[in-house]
Design a protein around this ligand. Structure first.
Ligand SMILES: Nc1ncnc2c1ncn2[C@@H]1O[C@H](COP(=O)(O)OP(=O)(O)OP(=O)(O)O)[C@@H](O)[C@H]1O
Length: 393
């Protein structure tokens, strides 16, 4: 059988079956259409303004490496006028992050972009190796996710940059939507669909230019562009719930390639039903103090007067929920630490419900943005430091 010609140029031989829609393309047409689609995402969402300084959250993995490469290409091709800088967080994981950072250092040369590395060690006085040594592997992603989110913000601030882009792709977004759907957390589901998080009042905004790019296409792009990336999984990584959501999405993708984008679109449609960014609450009057605005204390917690046991329970819950969102959770951003009531659109025949929307202030310990008196990172650090003191005694 004669080889199929490329569905776009009709002249070259098709070498690639697009995972997104099974279109058969030659290498060059695939690369071009992938870049054009990211450009479309950027321009239709008006992600950047000319002259903007943008930090690329660079882990050395495939997603952020592709993001850096594509942004460089598009910046040159379409004259975005962006000043692009690589920002890497060194979590302090020997045999993993030290190796991937070597890749980022090479990327910095290859893409001619300055690189800033910020370590958990310098920011928090703890490396993830030390955290795991202290608390064990279970739940460690919670610490890592909370620390990294803040570290990216703090790194950006050190660079006087107000916009961080990350390599989250369509599969990541679909996973998060599914996880929030399975947790019946429509408010968080709504936030996880945003391409851009943060607001004018926020000090650092986040965006995901690869939000509509399939993971498989990112791998193909990296392969055909011969990009230099690091492909080892984190040695502490297992996130049970996200892993299950991922498995489900991969199975759906096998029978229906459009499933990933369909989930993303459905998530966006559902998000439109949620007025503003709101934190969910249950019918009981618990409304407990969470580690921050992400986990409602709710049932069983006594109006936020968390005992050690409750904190531990919250932390355990966090390891299922918070870490799963890791870098994707945004914070409702205002400048004063207040909460306000927001009315949810009621179901037909139901009473109008209100939920508490938390807005941004400053952490009393570190002075960093927080919707609670103490930010999540400081709450977690308090526990770790107590542990360290006990071990030393
Ligand atoms: N240590 C880090 N330093 C800077 N940015 C990071 C770091 N870890 C993750 N990120 C950012 O968050 C995004 C999602 O991270 P995640 O841990 O889910 O990795 P991933 O999906 O394997 O992405 P990648 O392939 O880029 O590592 C990354 O694409 C990157 O932009």
């Amino acid at each position: 059988m004669a080889p199929a010609p490329c569905a776009i140029c009709k002249t070259e031989r098709a070498l690639i079956k697009r995972p997104k829609n099974h279109q058969k393309l030659c290498k060059q047409c695939f690369i071009t259409i992938f870049e054009d689609e990211v450009h479309h995402t950027i321009s239709s969402s008006q992600l950047f303004y000319p002259g903007e300084r943008v930090a690329i959250g660079a882990s050395g993995g495939k997603d952020s490496t592709v993001l850096a490469s594509v942004l460089k290409t598009l910046n040159d091709r379409h004259n975005y006028g962006l000043d692009l800088i690589l920002l890497s967080i060194d979590e302090g994981i020997k045999g993993y992050r030290d190796d991937s950072l070597e890749t980022v250092k090479r990327n910095s040369q290859q893409y001619d972009m300055p690189l800033k590395i910020v370590g958990y060690d310098e920011l928090y006085g703890w490396t993830m190796d030390q955290v795991v040594e202290t608390i064990g592997k279970k739940g460690n992603c919670t610490y890592c996710g909370v620390f990294r989110r803040q570290a990216l913000d703090r790194g950006a601030k050190m660079l006087d940059i107000k916009h961080v882009v990350t390599g989250h792709n369509a599969d990541d977004v679909a996973e998060t939507i599914l996880m929030n759907l399975l947790r019946a957390d429509i408010a968080r589901l709504s936030r996880s669909t945003n391409i851009m998080t943060g607001s004018d009042a926020s000090e650092v905004k986040r965006s995901k230019p690869l939000k509509y790019a399939y993971e498989k296409e990112i791998v193909l792009y990296a392969h055909h562009k011969k990009l230099d990336y690091f492909s080892t999984e984190c040695i502490y990584s297992p996130e049970a719930f996200r892993g299950s959501a991922r498995g489900l999405i991969k199975s759906l993708e096998r029978v229906r390639p459009s499933a990933i984008l369909d989930i993303v679109r459905s998530g966006e449609d559902m998000a439109r039903l949620v007025p503003g960014e709101v934190s969910g609450s249950c019918e009981c009057k618990g409304g407990g103090q969470s580690l921050d605005n992400e986990v409602g204390g709710g049932c069983g917690s006594r109006n936020g007067q968390g005992t050690k046991k409750e904190l531990a329970a919250l932390e355990a819950k966090q390891s299922e929920t918070e870490a799963a969102e890791a870098l994707e959770t945004d914070i409702t951003t205002q400048t004063v630490p207040v909460t306000r009531k927001v009315a949810l659109r009621p179901a037909p025949g139901a009473k109008r419900a209100t939920v508490t929307q938390q807005v941004l202030g400053r952490c009393e310990s570190c002075g960093y943005m927080s919707s609670q008196a103490k930010c999540q990172a400081c709450m977690l650090l308090d526990g770790l430091n107590k542990n360290r003191a006990q071990i030393q005694i």
